[in-house]
Design a protein around this ligand. Sequence first.
Ligand SMILES: C[S@@+](CC[C@H](N)C(=O)[O-])C[C@H]1O[C@@H](n2cnc3c(N)ncnc32)[C@H](O)[C@@H]1O
Length: 313
Amino acid sequence: MTVREALEWAGAQLQAVGLPEPLREAQALVAACLGWERAQLIAHPDALLSARHARRLHSWVRRRAAREPLAYITRRVWFYGLELMVGRGALIPRPETELLVEVFLGWAANLPPSLRFPPLREGNQPDSVPPASRGNLKEGVACSPILVDAGAGTGTIALACLMHAPHWLGIGIERSRRALRWAQANRRRLGLESRLLLIQSDWLHGLRAGSVDAVLSNPPYVLPDEWDALQPEITRYEPKSALLTPADDPLRPYRRIARGARCALRAGGLLAFETSPRLAPLLAERLPAWGFRQPRIVCDYAGIMRVVWAIRE
Ligand SMILES: C[S@@+](CC[C@H](N)C(=O)[O-])C[C@H]1O[C@@H](n2cnc3c(N)ncnc32)[C@H](O)[C@@H]1O
């Protein structure tokens, strides 16, 4: 089978099951299956697929036709200019979450110079987490500001922020062991082992008081009454525990994170959440009572309320 034939066959299979963009998805599958860039498909339409590649493509197309998300099949997803690895057990990073990274980077750029460009000090250890959990965070950077990604999933938010804020260190906290494995793989792939500590824990439990500068989180925020309207790619394959918030207390994850952040953040530190348009106004209203001033709601490019952030008093 040639590349052209593979594209036609895969496109036809995906069209037959009613996927909205069969050609684009066929290109993505054939390119990933061969380990090529998409442009190479156009440049080499007559190249032959090996028997191994053809078998893999058949299996991948069958999985996609059963509505498994493309990112779980190819194990790759783009987020804020980074190619990340993802698979079953971890939420697939979404473009909406890039706004949270932008809010952090905008806030961090306006910090006083002493925090933006801290002096390096030899022989010290970051002290946000107890010594036993410090893992491989680089020594000699005790003055670097520290961000926390609460519910890190594949490490998405922390990794993107650290790539663009080179003086910062990060702590990624995640409850799911499977998700944490993807975060570890991404941290290694991006060479951030010395700047990002990954911990399996329950939200901010165990962080030292006043030891971090920013807490960022995209917690589960889908309400049970919204579940049935979601695509089958989400409801059949992505972890429910990464998506659903309780109907009787939808702000529970936010309240728990805010309570931990109230303790772990230094005064003047940032707390920023991704959320839904239904929860954003409620969250902004509650933040002052939880110890955070000047709550602000930021809309995404579609005009949808997406990020709520505030400053620790
Ligand atoms: C919406 S996903 C966000 C994942 C990732 N930050 C992203 O934006 O792609 C929420 C994440 O929070 C994690 N989580 C849920 N409850 C948690 C808890 N009590 N402590 C730590 N992580 C939790 C889930 O496992 C999931 O990975």
